[in-house]
Write a protein that binds this ligand. Structure first.
Ligand code: ADP
Ligand code: MG
Length: 484
């Protein structure tokens, strides 16, 4: 590599996310992930004669919320279209989608590109979106030797399809875009976006053009990628492949290719179909939907702060470093937990450190489900407060937290049981301090001549002599008193 790049890659993503609804997009059939195959269906899903679709209001609400998270315009009227094609995963032989009038138009996704080092904030920019529309998922085919099985449990599940503009220029940017979409939708409770469970799937469109050119090159489309690393690898491979074709004087054709993640190669599947191949036409069984501005306003009010906005606020308002906010801010429950702890004891760094070093470890070791923090915000704050006041040591705060996870007792009970409150008779403490002062003339001299940090050495000695029983705040005060 090296030298001037002759070509620039241009990438557009089509991201499908499963909406978290009870029932399917156009019928009352329940959404059954992981259930016995073909039990979560009904006549509408199966396309039986005479069965008619009914719009799931919740799926529309969630699609609007997704649009609002990304600053899309919400269409006052949206409409339904039939996308016709024959395939065994699709019993109706058409999919209800939105071609002409989608629910959300425009908008953008804020992405972060890796900084020069892991602990330094990367650069941010916006990737433009074209639209977000609502459609239904198809069934799942599993291929065996010379036969295939189909499960229609997934058929009819509501999918929001988020379509970007060709406004992404590297595999890293594509990965960052997927990450940002996932974080926003997850934090708003719109979708779990678990790629391993197929709740988020991505088609990537890749083309090359001469560096600096305005016009777009011929694109290929890679369908149904189900991991972020898969997306990254598929794009890198495709850029290389297209570059080789162009450099050897060949022609690219607009085609759909299959990405083989195990081999790390893409292979041609078919020439890309155009919209007319699907014979889109307005869905005759569903009326257009009018979306009232009042509804949009109400949904807007219920949205969480976008993850990067929250991160910037935490850095500014709480003077927290990038590294800490990167752990907390992209998890909404964790962010809210953190902010609640501050209402009980306002030491942002102290509370955050106990959360990211100790609480997160305990949560994962105890396999707590998402959303279960394992300790009350007030109790976590109480631990930091006691340790800030010198009533318990930092180590004790951590130990008590571990005990709380183990026994589910509250903090006060554990502290009482472990007896870790540091207390000592003031006269006894003064005696120890006097002794330490007598034995350390050098540190005492330094302190008196203005090197105030020298007191730390003395404090350490006192703590040791008291076998950790002394309260550090008390020790500090007593030493200063005696040294005056
Ligand atoms: P279709 O629905 O037929 O796949 P669209 O025109 O809606 O086609 O585009 C789908 C995706 O392809 C969008 O994300 C868009 O940004 C992207 N795209 C379109 N043209 C190009 C191109 N020349 N290079 C890269 N991506 C492209
Ligand atoms: Mg497409």
């Amino acid at each position: 590599m090296g030298g001037e790049e002759k070509y620039e890659a241009v990438i557009g993503l089509e991201v499908h996310v499963q909406l978290k609804t009870q029932s399917k997009a156009f019928s009352g059939s329940r959404c059954g992930f992981g259930e016995t195959p073909n039990t979560a269906t009904d006549p509408v899903v199966m396309g039986l004669p005479g069965a008619l679709p009914v719009i799931n209001y919740e799926a529309i609400r969630q699609t609007i919320r997704a649009g609002l998270m990304f600053g899309c315009d919400i269409s006052p009227v949206c409409r339904w279209d039939r996308k016709n094609y024959f395939y065994p995963d699709n019993p109706k032989n058409y999919q209800i989608s939105q071609q002409g009038l989608p629910i959300c138009v425009g908008g953008s996704v804020e992405i972060e590109l890796p900084g020069p080092a892991r602990n330094i904030m990367g650069s941010h920019r916006s990737v433009k979106l074209n639209r977000i529309h609502l459609e239904e998922d198809v069934g799942k085919l599993t291929h065996y030797g010379d036969y295939s099985l189909v499960d229609f449990n997934r058929a009819g599940m509501p999918l929001a399809e988020i379509v970007s503009e060709p406004d992404i220029f590297s595999p890293d940017e594509a990965a960052a875009c997927l990450n940002a979409i996932r974080m926003s939708l997850e934090s708003a409770g719109i979708s779990n976006c678990d790629m391993e469970k197929g709740q988020m799937r991505c088609d990537v469109n890749v083309s090359l053009r001469p560096a600096g050119a305005k016009e777009l090159g011929k694109r290929t489309e890679l369908k149904n990628l189900n991991s972020i690393s898969g997306v990254r690898n598929a794009i890198s491979y495709e850029i290389q492949r297209q570059r080789q074709v162009l450099e050897s004087g060949g022609m690219l054709s607009q085609e759909t290719r299959r990405w083989d993640g195990t081999q790390g190669v893409s292979e041609g599947m078919r020439n890309k179909e155009n919209a007319q191949d699907y014979c889109y036409f307005p869905e005759p069984d569903l009326m257009p939907v009018h979306i009232a501005p009042e509804l949009v306003g109400e949904l807007q009010k219920g949205l969480p702060e976008p993850p990067f906005v929250r991160q910037r606020r935490f850095m500014e308002q709480f003077d927290l470093p990038y590294t800490i906010t990167s752990v907390i801010c992209f998890d909404r429950t964790l962010s809210e937990f953190f902010e609640t702890t501050l209402t009980f004891h306002h030491n942002p760094r102290g509370n955050a450190n106990l959360i990211i070093n100790d609480l997160l470890r305990e949560r994962s070791q105890n396999l707590l489900p998402p959303g279960d923090m394992g300790i009350e915000p007030r109790d976590l704050a109480q631990l930091v407060k006691l340790s800030d006041e010198g009533q318990i040591s930092k180590q004790a705060a951590q130990d008590v937290l571990v005990e709380v996870f183990r026994t589910h007792e509250d903090v006060d009970t554990v502290i009482g049981r472990l007896g870790c409150i540091q207390s000592q008779d003031p006269t006894e403490l003064a005696a120890i301090c006097r002794e330490v002062i007598g034995k350390n003339p050098k540190a005492v001299g330094e302190f008196r001549s203005g090197k105030t940090a020298a007191i730390n050495a003395l404090k350490g000695q006192v703590m040791k002599a008291s076998a950790g029983k002394a309260n550090p705040v008390q020790v500090d005060a007593t030493l200063r008193e005696l040294l005056r």
